[in-house]
Each structure stands twice: as structure tokens, then as C-alpha cells.
Design a protein. Structure first.
Length: 578
């Protein structure tokens, strides 16, 4: 799980953000203000009263350490990049400069903004309104040798209307084109961007030799003709946390007679090891293979932790949620695959289709996935030998003849300590069972285990992967993966050990959740049983969000945002005053 370097690599950045939110910007840096309806006769960006009316003026003015505050409204690019003509206009981020949206135009501090109440839109719709053919090729364009790093910050915007149907670079990356560019992007929505040329890759975002850090973002309703409706990655290892890929599409609709399209939500190729943590892929579609994700190549090794794949579809081919091919080796922990489909006639792999690839899956749940022919859950072909442990594979309780796993003759997957409807392998040797798992409410995506579930204490501690990148931030990389999907202790059952310490060691459950969890300690955001400095980066990760994710424990006053009041409460908890 080496790709989960997000927590380590971003620790100093997050801590710097927390310090900024408490004490203000660093000495020597300035805030530049942008407001589309500013009436200042000589705008200079020094205050809201004299704000620039366009973002490009602010970017030109910005120097090292400066932040740009942008008021709600719609802004279009005005500077040509990569060609001549209005369609070549685009925005470009700068190192050591933060671009922040979501302001009403009166705030004096970033903690006062409300992103939801003040939508700030960066649009490529520069020509006739709602006609895409004259839109910008890219809303953001970072071409080869851009050399952006994580100090180039984009936070709090909707990016829409990119339409790359030109040539060269300008066929790809409608919302953002990144080559040799790895900015930090948070709290953004990439929607309605379309790469529909014959080599159209990455409708929402295109990453080539680029590894952006993406946090709390949404990619929705983006399309491409070829690969990666939401995002395309080649020789790219982005770190994507707490983000959603929804209703993206690769390939032309079925009523168009020609065309292909793989990876409706995301496409990964080349030498790429992206990390996806707490991400959701919902309702994405590929005309051909991999409704949510398509991974190809022996040097493709993504890590996916606490991710959900729900209602994704392959229209004509295989892999409703995932198509994994040519030696790609993703590792997946605590992931859910539910209601995905590859329903065309004679098509396979309702959830996953493996072709010459052997992914590793631990503590995952597969539920009610369907294929048009065989392999409702997983189809393995061409020497695919996936390793699946501590997992639950179920279609639905009323299915008397489940068709969950299909292997061609040269495939020998290893499934151990799993609950598999209809059974699989040797129950004594492989420790597999075939009993109703007693999910809490699977049709509504609640896969917690009810009391009495045969999956409780039925997994293997020895087969848990190591926490080599310290995802809980406790400094221990020799321990096994510490969290379940709720970020609770991965091996905690109250019935296992008595008050005197006698009894059997805690045993991991099958599936994505552990049962018997103790009540959480307020402020213990890394779930280590203490409230201390190790919780600071976790609080900083949520600070400033106006709609934090449901799993967020930093919204102490439960008012649906994480703001100054929560910061005060957190400081008191750190000091032991509550």
C-alpha cells in the first residue's frame, strides 16, 4: 500500500493551512481580491472595493505566497495559451499562489467563506451561450514543462464548459489539462466538460506525467469519446481523497453506430500508482469496458482504500465497475461494489473483469452485481489469479443459483476467509463460508453487519496488509491496516477480550466494517484513543468545508460546516478542557 503517501506528503501543507486559518497569511504575502461586478474605476485587487473584475489580472499580479480571493459569479479565461484565437484562452495556475473561490465579497478571512452559498464558476463557455462548439478547449491548460507542484492551489470552484475538439493537446482535458503539472486541488466541482474528438481523453481532467493532489472534489457529467470520462491518467499517480465521480461517460451513446470508450469514471495506464482514498464512483458508464475504472499495463498499481463503486455500467462489453487488463495490479482494501452491471448479451463481469491481471482485494463487499452472461461478480480470463481475503461476495438472498465467479481454464484465483453465496473452494482448507451475511440494509448501501452475522470474527488477522504508509498517522508502519470503512479500529470486538484481559485476541470481521465498536472519543480524529497533536492534520483536512463528508468527526457543533467554532472546540479538546 505504498501509494497511500497522501497523509505523509500533505502533513506539512495541511498544518500550514491550519496555521494560516488561525493566524493569517505569512509575512510579506498579500491577498488579491476579484469580484466580477466590481465598479472600481481603477481596480488594483487590494480590497473588495477595488477588486479586479477578472481572474487573469489577479494571476498576473500574484507573487510568491500570495492568495487570490474570488467572489461568487462566473468567470471566463481571457489569455491565449498554446495557440491563437479565443478557443485557446484558458486559466493557468502558478506555483506559490493560491486561488480560492466561494466568497460573498465582504469577507476578511478565508474561514468566513461559504462555498455552497457562493458558487464561483470558471467557465469555458466563451461564445454563444450553451453552444459547445465555440467553447474554450480547456478551462485550465498546463502543457508540457509546466512544472507545477502542490504550492499551486485551486480551491472552491466549479470548472465547466471545456470542449477540446481541436488537435494535439487540444483534444484532451476539457476541465483541466495537466502535463508535468501536479497542483493541489480541493473543494472543486468538474462538470459538463467534454472531450469528444477521435482521441478525446479525460473529459474532466487529463493527467500526463502529472500527479495532482485532489481532495473533496466532484467529477460529474463529464464525457470523452475514448478514455476516461471523468479523468485520464498516464504515467500519473494522483492522490485523490474524499472525492466523487458521478455520471461520467466514456464513448458515444449507443444510438450512435460507431465508437468505443473505456473507463467511464477514470482510465489509468503507463507507469501509474494513484491512490484513491474514501472515494465514490456512482452511475458512471463506459460504452465498452470498465464503467467506473479501466486499468491497463504491468506498471499500473493503484491503491484503493475505503472506496465505493455503485450503479456503474458497461454498455456493450465487460466490467460494470472495473476492467483490469495486461498485468495491472491494483490493491483494494475496505471497498464496496454494489449494483454494477455489464448486461449486454454474452458480456461478463458485473463488478470486475480481469484479463491477464491479478488484483489483491482485502475486506471488500460485493453485492447484487450483474452480468448479461456469466460472472455476475468477477470474471477471470487469460491467467488472472486475483487474491481475495476477508471479503463477502453476495448477489441477493433470494438467488438460489448465484453465478458470482467465473474462471477460464487457466485462471486460479485464491479466495480465503470469504463468505461466498453458493460456496467456493474447499471450506475447510480455504476457510470460506456460504451463509447469509446479515447486512443491515444492503439495498440502501448499508453493509454494516447485524448481531449474529456469521461474518463477525470470521476473517484472518494474518492476511491483513501492512500499513506501510501510516494511513492513521501514528508513526507505526509495521502494523497491519488499522481502519475499517468507518475509520474505526479494524480488529475491535467487545466480546473478544474480557475486562481482565483474558480471552482470544481480537479477530477481524469479513467485509468493510467491524462490529462491536466502542463510542468514539470526541476530538480523536485519527481513532487512536487519544486527543493530541496527531489529530491536528485530520482536523485541518476538514477545516473550511461547508458540507463535510458524513464520516467527518470534526463538525463538533453539527451545523454542517467546519469553521471557527469547531476550531475553538477542537483547541479546547486538545487542551483537555472538555
Amino acid at each position: 500500500m505504498k501509494a497511500v503517501s497522501f497523509y505523509r506528503r500533505l502533513f506539512l501543507i495541511i498544518l500550514a493551512v491550519l496555521i494560516y486559518c488561525v493566524s493569517g497569511p505569512l509575512a510579506g504575502a498579500k491577498i488579491i481580491y476579484v469580484k466580477w461586478d466590481s465598479a472600481a474605476p481603477a481596480p488594483d485587487g487590494v480590497s473588495w472595493d477595488t477588486a479586479y473584475t477578472d481572474i487573469q489580472s489577479a494571476l498576473n499580479d500574484a507573487g510568491q505566497g500570495d492568495d487570490i480571493f474570488v467572489a461568487a459569479g462566473t468567470y471566463t479565461p481571457v489569455q491565449e495559451n498554446g495557440g491563437t484565437g479565443t478557443r485557446f484562452t484558458s486559466f493557468q495556475l502558478k506555483n506559490q499562489v493560491g486561488l480560492y473561490g466561494g466568497f460573498a465579497g465582504t469577507e476578511t478571512d478565508i474561514t468566513q467563506r461559504d462555498i455552497q452559498a457562493n458558487p464561483t464558476i470558471l467557465s469555458g463557455d466563451i461564445g454563444t451561450a450553451l453552444e459547445t462548439g465555440d467553447n474554450c478547449y480547456h478551462v485550465f491548460y498546463h502543457p508540457e514543462n509546466s512544472n507545477l507542484d502542490e504550492t499551486a492551489v485551486l480551491d472552491g470552484f466549479t470548472i465547466t464548459g471545456g470542449y477540446p475538439n481541436g488537435s494535439g493537446d487540444h483534444r484532451r482535458g476539457g476541465g483541466m489539462y495537466n502535463e508535468d503539472a501536479s497542483p493541489a486541488i480541493s473543494n472543486c466541482i468538474f462538470k459538463d466538460n467534454h472531450a469528444i474528438s477521435n482521441y478525446g481523453y479525460g473529459g474532466g481532467m487529463y493527467n500526463q506525467n502529472a500527479s495532482p493532489q485532489i481532495t473533496s472534489c466532484t467529477f460529474m457529467n463529464n464525457t470523452c469519446k475514448k478514455y476516461g470520462g471523468g479523468m485520464y491518467n498516464s504515467y500519473a499517480s494522483p492522490i485523490i481523497v474524499d472525492s466523487v465521480f458521478q455520471n461520467n461517460r466514456s464513448g458515444l451513446p449507443l444510438n450512435v453506430t460507431s465508437g468505443d470508450g473505456n473507463g467511464g469514471g477514470m482510465y489509468i495506464s503507463g507507469t501509474s500508482s494513484p491512490a484513491l482514498i474514501q472515494c465514490t464512483f456512482d452511475g458512471n458508464t463506459a460504452r465498452y469496458d470498465g464503467g467506473a475504472l479501466y486499468m491497463t499495463g504491468s506498471n499500473v498499481a493503484p491503491t484503493l482504500i475505503n472506496c465505493r463503486f455503485v450503479n456503474n455500467t458497461s454498455d456493450k462489453q465487460h466490467g460494470g465497475a472495473m476492467y483490469i487488463t495486461y498485468g495491472a495490479t491494483p490493491e483494494m482494501v475496505n471497498c464496496v461494489f454494489s449494483h454494477n452491471q455489464a448486461m449486454a448479451t454474452a458480456r461478463h463481469g458485473g463488478a470486475i473483469y480481469n484479463y491477464a491481471s491479478s488484483p489483491i482485494l482485502t475486506n471488500c463487499v460485493f453485492y447484487h452485481n450483474e452480468a448479461g452472461c456469466i460472472g455476475d461478480t468477477i470474471y477471470n480470463s487469460q491467467f488472472s489469479d486475483p487474491v481475495i481475503t476477508n471479503s463477502i461476495l453476495w448477489r441477493h438472498d433470494n438467488d438460489s443459483d448465484p453465478d458470482l465467479i467465473y474462471n477460464t481454464s487457466e485462471c486460479f484465483p485464491l479466495l480465503t476467509y470469504c463468505n461466498i453465496q453458493g460456496g467456493y473452494g474447499d471450506s475447510q482448507e480455504d476457510h470460506n463460508i456460504a451463509l447469509p451475511p446479515l447486512f443491515a440494509d444492503p439495498e440502501n448501501q448499508d453493509f454494516h453487519l447485524q448481531a449474529g452475522s456469521p461474518c463477525i470474527d470470521a476473517g484472518s488477522n494474518d492476511l491483513l496488509p501492512l500499513d506501510t504508509e501510516d494511513i492513521d498517522g501514528d508513526g507505526d508502519v509495521s502494523e497491519t491496516i488499522p481502519w475499517d470503512m468507518d475509520q474505526n479500529d479494524r480488529r475491535m470486538d467487545e466480546s473478544d477480550v474480557t475486562d481482565t484481559g483474558q480471552g482470544t485476541p481480537p479477530v477481524v470481521d469479513m467485509g468493510v466494517y467491524e462490529s462491536g465498536q466502542p463510542a468514539p472519543l470526541p476530538g480523536d480524529l485519527n481513532q487512536d484513543g487519544q486527543v493530541n497533536s496527531l489529530d491536528i492534520p485530520y482536523f485541518a483536512d476538514f477545516f473550511g468545508l461547508s458540507q463535510p463528508p458524513s464520516a467527518c468527526d470534526a463538525d463538533f457543533d453539527t451545523d454542517k460546516d467546519v469553521d471557527g467554532a469547531d476550531l475553538s472546540a477542537f483547541i479546547r479538546l486538545l487542551g483537555g478542557q472538555e
